[in-house]
Design a protein around this ligand. Sequence first.
Ligand SMILES: C[S@@+](CC[C@H](N)C(=O)[O-])C[C@H]1O[C@@H](n2cnc3c(N)ncnc32)[C@H](O)[C@@H]1O
Ligand SMILES: [Zn+2]
Length: 295
Amino acid sequence: MPSSPLPPLRCPVCGAALNVRGGPGDAARKALVCGSGHGFDAAKQGYFNLLVGKGTVFEADTAGMVAARFAFLDGGHYRPLADAVAAAVAPGISPGEPFTVLDSGTGTGHYLRVVLDEVQRRTASYAAVALDISKFALRRAARLNPEAISLACDVWQPLPVADAAVDAITVIFAPRNAAEFARVLRPGGRLVVVTPRAGHLAAVAAQAGMLSIEDDKDARLAESLSPHFAAESTRDLDILMMLTPGELADLAFMGPAGHHLDRTAIAAKIGSGGVSTQVEARFRITVFRPARSAP
Ligand SMILES: C[S@@+](CC[C@H](N)C(=O)[O-])C[C@H]1O[C@@H](n2cnc3c(N)ncnc32)[C@H](O)[C@@H]1O
Ligand SMILES: [Zn+2]
């Protein structure tokens, strides 16, 4: 694993540049410090907690939800989606040139891993920032992506990243702060957003009491990113899966249902008949460009 430079970060307290303390190399990243003396120690799992003040009210994913997401994604069912995200990022990379990617709402870091493997094939000089509000998620993400800098922060607050510091942002089923994304993305950069389409996981929704995705959210997605971004291209990806009751329960529990149902309740609704269920995942991958550089 090549060691990666630190992308330009901003202190969440005073806005000054954050530097790493502990010497060169990933293992030696002990703390982030700014010139005014604000310091943020690395958790033993390797991420940094940049959550300061009260912040906004949020519902972070629990340890159980994160474990379910890790188990499900580890099964490889969504690999075509990870490949599609990597393919959407790739055209922005110039071979051999430095490249910095930000994964917002990184979760367990599953998609960032695949993106970074693709980036590495094209340039040895790359850096990555992974953001999430869930420390349970970041423990996994920091382990999976040791070359990235994994930060606990709230995407609805000013991001701890310098202006125009990143070449690509990926947001997979996670909240989007358009103004902050526009600030930290360089003018020619790309924002890759994954959203569900109508009918996504409909069979699981029916069995597990999840909210179903009824309508395409295209207009709302574009609206939420306007006026900062304009859509450049869209790709739809459907994945047909045969899932065991355990996989179905993980899939249901790792999503929004996990915030209001426990896994036992979800597993009871699904049953354990040992029969696999056919489930279709329906994704949309949209590449946005900063509006000022859009044609
Ligand atoms: C549905 S999960 C998707 C995770 C990951 N991108 C994936 O697809 O596996 C949404 C993620 O967004 C994070 N999240 C939710 N609200 C957030 C916020 N205000 N700031 C940062 N992250 C947030 C959650 O903790 C969770 O990891
Ligand atoms: Zn500071």
